[in-house]
Design a protein around this ligand. Structure first.
Ligand SMILES: [Zn+2]
Length: 82
């Protein structure tokens, strides 16, 4: 998995692929060092991928939404607010 320096020497590990919204793919993961949530946001037409921190309650709320229009809308809303 992609290396990501939240905690020195730690890596980012994928937890859940939340799918795509607005032509971006959203993969929720955690830091192996501290367990903090990070969202890997990437698009094949707009590299490089970005890693955005996610609050625990937000990560759990987004994960709990069934795949579909409601989740896409929630992801887009969250992303627009970053
Ligand atoms: Zn960390």
């Amino acid at each position: 998995m992609t290396e990501f320096a939240c905690c020195a020497g730690s890596r980012w590990s994928a937890v859940t692929d939340l799918g795509s919204a607005e032509s971006f793919d959203f993969i929720l993961g955690t830091c192996d060092g501290c367990g903090r949530y990070w969202m890997n946001v990437w698009s094949p037409v707009a590299p490089p991928a970005r890693y955005l921190s996610v609050e625990n309650d937000v990560a759990e709320r987004l994960s709990a939404i069934p795949a579909g229009t409601a989740r896409k809308r929630a992801l887009a809303t969250w992303f627009d607010a970053q």
